[in-house]
Design a protein around this ligand. Structure first.
Ligand code: ATP
Length: 371
């Protein structure tokens, strides 16, 4: 593998308005660090494929530039960019065997002795024993690995992956997620992966850009995005959240104190992306799995220092590893709680009054006006 990995991918003011006047990507600035596994994540139609295609050179930006390291590649046609793309549809040549499919890029460049390189590449994707099979004799996951090998054979500096696992069933998709991650670590080049699947993005990527309506709504490491979403869109796109409207009443050390209905809540100031002045309105979020549930008769057993609100169980469902409760609270309509490893409390049935409580460190605060 080449050691020159080309530098960061830098998009500056890049946008795309199609001929019909539709703006798929609004001017955005984005830096993808060299050697990272980067995911563009968002719902169908948010502009992620268009962004990827502008990096590949398959779509001309309406405004802005694409840099690879110091090189401005905006005006270069796709084949002159040190970039290659893997598509969901594999796009393998059905009449060529696996070896020839992978060798194709080398042969096209007039390289005669391709054996060593192709074999190395097929070993990398762990298909060495299938070298003489035709694509139709391989599983979907294996075909996708051939597509990856074929895209890597010319040593691109950036590999673009457009929903590459979309056609695979769930089990295979999970295997391939780990496989692609391993391959990326091994080759060390930048991978930019487009997906609408939050679990896939979180499993594979070092950095995720969540896109919404042609904009990057938030960028960060998967755990940061999950634990500190900056908007209700991101909070809801990456998992489930409960929200409570609250007002800031003051400050206690590193924490904000809040009033919500008759109750008080605590929110670490560092986890609040809204303005923190007293009197300000904040949307308080907490993930279901962070919440514990205690029957109201045992409220005295809830440790001090936890955020707590009162509610009533509306529904419960046993889902194997845990029980999922929906709790109505005057502060929030359907508060979702996943209770795990609690002793089976037969009193926790629909209608029961309960205390929901959680560690304030697991609370995040959003701007109530913008969210
Ligand atoms: P998906 O996962 O469905 O591909 P996406 O987030 O990748 O979604 P894009 O493919 O980038 O979204 O498309 C963004 C928007 O631009 C969509 O509304 C799409 O219909 C529109 N669009 C894409 N290509 C064109 C085109 N050639 N002309 C007009 N509109 C287009």
């Amino acid at each position: 593998m080449t050691t020159d990995h080309g530098g960061d991918v830098r998009l500056t003011g890049i946008s795309k308005t199609y001929d019909n006047g539709f703006t798929a990507v609004r001017p955005l600035d984005l830096t993808v660090p060299q050697g990272s596994f980067f995911a563009l994540l968002g719902a169908s139609g948010c502009g992620k494929t268009t962004t990827l295609r502008m990096i590949a050179g398959l779509e001309e930006p309406t405004t802005g530039t694409v840099h690879l390291g110091d090189q401005d590649v905006t005006a270069l046609p796709p084949y002159k960019r040190p970039v290659n793309t893997v598509f969901q549809s594999y796009a393998l040549f059905p009449h060529l065997d696996i070896f020839e499919n992978v060798a194709f890029g080398l042969r096209r460049r007039g390289i005669k002795s391709v054996k060593k390189q192709v074999e190395e590449m097929l070993d990398l994707v762990q298909l060495g024993e299938h070298i003489r099979k035709k694509p139709h004799a391989l599983s979907g996951g294996q075909q996708q690995r051939v597509a990856v090998a074929r895209a890597l054979i010319n040593h691109p500096k950036v590999l673009l992956l457009d929903e590459p696992l979309g056609a695979l069933d769930l089990k295979l998709r999970r295997q391939m997620q780990l496989e692609l991650k391993r391959i990326q670590t091994e080759v060390g080049i930048t991978f930019i992966h487009v997906t609408h699947d939050q679990e896939e993005a979180m499993t594979m990527a070092d950095t995720v850009a969540v896109m919404n309506q042609g904009r990057v709504e938030q960028l960060g490491a998967p755990t940061d995005l999950y634990e500190n979403p900056g908007s209700t869109f991101v909070a809801n796109f990456l998992g489930t959240s409960n929200f409570i409207e609250a007002e800031i009443t003051g400050r206690s050390g590193e924490d904000l104190t809040l009033r919500a209905g008759d109750g008080k809540l605590v929110l670490p100031a560092a986890r609040c992306s809204a303005a923190t002045a007293t009197g300000g309105k904040v949307l308080v979020g907490v993930r279901p799995e962070k919440i514990s549930l205690t029957h109201a008769d045992d409220a005295g057993s809830v440790p001090d220092g936890r955020n707590r609100i009162i509610g009533r169980i509306a529904d419960s469902s046993f889902i194997g590893v845990s029980t999922q409760y929906v709790v109505d609270s005057p502060l929030c309509d359907a508060f979702e709680v996943y209770a795990q490893n609690i002793e089976r409390d037969t009193r926790l049935v629909a209608g029961a009054e309960v205390v929901l409580h959680w560690n304030p460190a697991h609370t995040f605060g959003l701007d109530a006006a913008q969210s």
